[in-house]
Design a protein around this ligand. Structure first.
Ligand SMILES: Nc1nc2c(ncn2[C@@H]2O[C@H](COP(=O)(O)OP(=O)(O)OP(=O)(O)O)[C@@H](O)[C@H]2O)c(=O)[nH]1
Ligand SMILES: [Mg+2]
Length: 425
């Protein structure tokens, strides 16, 4: 199974409930309310870990939940908040919303991403004490943590992608020009997962580039033949391709082989064919005396590609190839970073969740609703305009109507989190 696209389920922790409690002390009569707030639920956070190279950690575990905040306690004790759960992903992982498949973030150079926010803790009854209501016997429940499904999709970060038929010598080349040691063998499909290697400029050791060796492609790969096109996603953002071809003729006509691969690129995504290429005519050490590579060179020139005659076995021509690679890279734009297509807060599950819960506690109508709470964070209740706006929202969103249905009458007290008012229909 290919592990570079995985759907996971993530759920942040719920906030702890606020406490209802009254001060009880030996010599204090009528001790006031002292119930503390609940703690915050843990967030789900996605973090880049440069030491990872695959999504293998997510193969068996697909559900991640953060802990809930603890309940508030007596004596105004604030419940403990739960720690965040950190999901580590390799650099270059794209995070998508599972439902719409839209991009939420490209974890290439990004900071930590809070993909699900933990719910706030509910307020304890001490918060609801007013001059006219000195012994509130209610507290708020904690807010539910966000929950959603996301897709993790790895698109590796490499400057150069090595492409070609199986057995062309891609892994042998990476082995020669970098410190990576991919498996090399005389049979096809030796490489099963993409491998990265750092290539250093032959003359300037401070100049480096990352090359990706991917499994060999065959005719029909873009429709799933062989190991399919799954691996092409890893080279989608490469700035340059080195197209390795067996020039010895032992594996068929090199020109036909070049065309086969280019066809697959075109079928997968035509923009891949426009990516600059260097054609590396490999296995020159075993070329028969009378074979010449001028035809391949002419094909390269016609298609605006660079050309190098190499032997990944003996190392012949490899330094020239690497030099040419750096020359080309210097003129090319930086690695592509995908722009987010939706806001991380834009959670489909959340949008459908415009619930309002109304409870009558000792004649006070307590309204609870996550979306109202979010809205209230942006409202300044000391400002007349904002207050009017909020009242308008209550009316248009059906909160007033819902209150009336619950039996709320003129003059009754309505409590919405830290906002209280007398009901006027
Ligand atoms: N004589 C000679 N043999 C080579 C050369 N380069 C690679 N080979 C041989 O060709 C065979 C295939 O090489 P690999 O590097 O594994 O080929 P690959 O393109 O990575 O193959 P896949 O991973 O299957 O796609 C091995 O037996 C290598 O030893 C070369 O320059 N000269
Ligand atoms: Mg290989």
């Amino acid at each position: 199974m290919i592990l570079d696209k995985i759907k996971i389920h993530v759920k942040a922790g719920d906030g702890g409930n606020g406490a209802v409690s009254f001060r009880r002390e030996k010599y204090v009569s009528h001790g006031g309310p002292d119930g503390g707030d609940g703690g915050r639920g843990g967030n789900i956070v996605i973090r880049i870990d440069k030491s990872l190279s695959s999504l293998i950690d997510y193969k068996y575990k697909r559900i991640f939940k953060a802990g809930n905040g603890a309940k508030g306690g007596a004596k105004k004790l604030h419940g403990a908040s739960a720690p965040d759960v950190i999901l580590r992903v390799p650099q270059g992982t794209i995070i998508r919303d599972a439902e719409s498949e839209l991009i939420i973030a490209d974890m290439t150079n990004a900071d930590d991403l809070i993909i699900c926010r933990g719910g706030n803790g509910g307020w304890g009854n001490v918060r609801f004490a007013t001059p006219t209501r000195q012994a509130p016997r209610f507290a708020k429940s904690g807010i539910q943590g966000e929950e959603r499904e996301i897709i993790l999709e790895l698109k590796m970060i490499a400057d150069v992608g090595l492409i070609g038929l199986p057995n062309a010598g891609k892994s042998s080349l990476l082995n020669k020009i970098s410190a990576a040691r991919p498996k090399i063998a005389s049979y096809k499909f030796t490489t099963l997962t993409p491998i990265l290697g750092v290539v250093t400029h032959p003359k300037e050791s401070s100049r480096t580039a990352v090359a990706a060796d991917i499994p060999g492609l065959i005719s029909g790969a873009s429709e799933g033949a062989g190991l399919g096109f799954e691996f092409l996603r890893h080279i989608e953002r490469c700035r340059l391709f080195i197209h390795v071809v067996d020039a010895s003729g032992e594996d068929g006509d090199p020109l036909e082989n070049l065309k086969t691969i280019n066809n697959e690129l075109r079928n997968y995504d035509s923009s891949l064919l426009e990516r600059p290429q260097i054609i590396a005519a490999n296995k020159c050490d075993i070329l028969a005396e009378d074979t010449d590579t001028t035809q391949i060179e002419a094909y390269a020139a016609k298609n605006n590609c660079g050309f190098a005659r190499i032997s990944a076995e003996t190392g012949e021509g490899c330094e020239e190839l690497v030099g040419l690679m750096f020359d080309k890279l210097e003129k090319l734009p930086a690695i592509k970073i995908y722009e987010p297509e939706i806001d991380p807060c834009d959670n489909a599950a959340d949008r459908d969740d415009r619930y309002i819960e109304i409870t009558n506690v000792d004649g006070t109508y307590v309204v609870e609703s996550e979306w109202l709470l979010r809205l209230m964070r942006d409202i300044n209740f000391d400002e007349k305009e904002s207050l009017m706006y909020f009242q308008r929202v209550l009316r248009t969103s059906g909160v007033i109507e819902a209150l009336e249905e619950k039996g709320c009458k003129n003059g009754d007290t309505v409590s919405i989190y830290d906002f209280e008012f007398d009901f006027v229909s």
